[in-house]
Write a protein that binds this ligand. Sequence first.
Ligand code: F6R
Length: 595
Amino acid sequence: MCGIVGYVGERQIKPVLINCLSRLEYRGYDSCGIAVSRDGLKVYKDAVRVNVFDKTLPQLLDGKIGIGHTRWATHGEPSQLNAHPHCDCTGKIAVVHNGIINNFQKLRRQLASEGHKFISETDTEVIPHLIEKYYEDDLEEAVAMALREVEGSYAIVVLMAGEPKLVVARKDSPLIIAIGDRENFIASDVPAILDYTSRVIYLEDDDIGVVSSDNIEVSRHGVAVDRKEHQILWSIGDAQKGGYEHFMLKEIHEQPKVIRDTIGGYVSATEPVASLAIAGGTGLEELLILACGTSYHAALIGKYLMEDLFRVSVRTELASEFNYWGHASSRSQSIVITQSGETADALKTIKRLKEEGCRVIVITNVVGSTASRITDQIVYTRAGPEISVAATKSFIAQLMALYWLALPYAKIDIRRLDSLVAGLRQLPGKVQQVLDNEAVISEYAQQLSKSENVFFIGRGINFPVALEGALKLKEISYIHAEGYAAGELKHGPFALLGSNTPVVAIVARDNTYEAMLTNIKEVKARRSPVIALVEEGDEVVGEVADSVITVPQVEAIFSPVVNTVVLQLLAYYTAKERGCPIDFPRNLAKSVTVE
Ligand code: F6R
């Protein structure tokens, strides 16, 4: 959940580290720090954002090798002492770390009894002390010995005073080495290094790397290993705001292109995207779709979609719950959806499914991510880097992957299939129509921004859209919002309705239409103002709802796409109206690499 960077080369160290860190702030942003080696180690850190931190650094900060960290607190509150890098007693060894050391308390007690002094509340601090304990004259060897004692997950970069190299290691937490011209970079994520190079090596679990300006060596359990170089296709423009006020708004506006790119990638693939193995006669017992957060809402839409098209029942599970209670078998086919490919709960789920002999397809946006390396089949989405913490374009891309996976197995006649494929191809234009209506949508945000509580309701395939609309609103505007299946409101939440509690109703032109109308009337009878999302041309809903936002006509199974884009804009403008830090909401981080 934190961002880590390292650099060794001829550039001025301060701008490189600060630039790389600012590109990683979406990973965590409650504190940050750097360590630079030049006549000993110099460590600077504070519980502030990177742009503020930058101003506190000395103008001249010499050195050609350094490390940096942007933090999302897990052990210990955000504070200067808890910020990374952490050092050993001599102040000669500095470490930045992403992950969790499960046995840190035991290690800390043991090290303390041996005379090591700890100054932070973090789990990370045991690492530099362990390295100090084992160091004789070989930093790599000391790191390897230290890590043998550590239980948990880590991506680390170690800097030692006087050493012209960085030592890096990973286990269950992503880490890349990016290759430049007589310079090398380390980063937890690709966006950090896009200003400098597009050549990267993905480290694997238990790898230890030694990186100097002109050499990279990687070993595993003491044996040298060859890790392939990859070319990153994302450009730096993909990871910049491009004139938009926030990454979130830029990412919402990128969605027509994301749909085109994602579908285009599948169309042009020389091999089938992935095979679901659910079609008749395979003897498979069930289809399972698992994910967390927004990706879970995509999973739920996948369930409605596949149940409708395949006429089989589909089970969806929250990865974090499945890991403790769920079961699958060799007769199950599973799909795990994870934008980042690094979410701890999703990774645990993939491992668990594989242990149970279940086939796993991963839908992910990040090439080379951990999920992509441990699954049986991968379906990539082509959303490009998503920087804003709130997932938008990655969600829409996940829906494209689900449509593309599902359509070949649909139990429908060829004419209907052709019409659905044509409908899918029209989606970029339909989403653009929603975006063109942005000014109108933003006006409703004024009304929502004054509310303490908001309900989102939908039925069928738009019930998950209601959940997603509520999640978007609450995470970036801090308004309490709940997504509900429209038929369920009267089973309890009615008690909360009233003139101060707006209800956003998603009305699709499918078999739920009449029931939704009834639900809106019920809500109106409790005096809640209703904003309804309706298809263009609908003249009925406007008579019962207080206001309507129209969306372009699409096949009902694609209605979640256009409806979600409206709700993303609604959340964005509501948060903006309230002056919230939209791209970096409090207490959240982009990729949740802890359980
Ligand atoms: C919400 C959001 C999160 C993620 C969740 C799963 O806007 O972004 O709910 O969807 O943390 O992340 P991934 O898809 O990376 O596994």
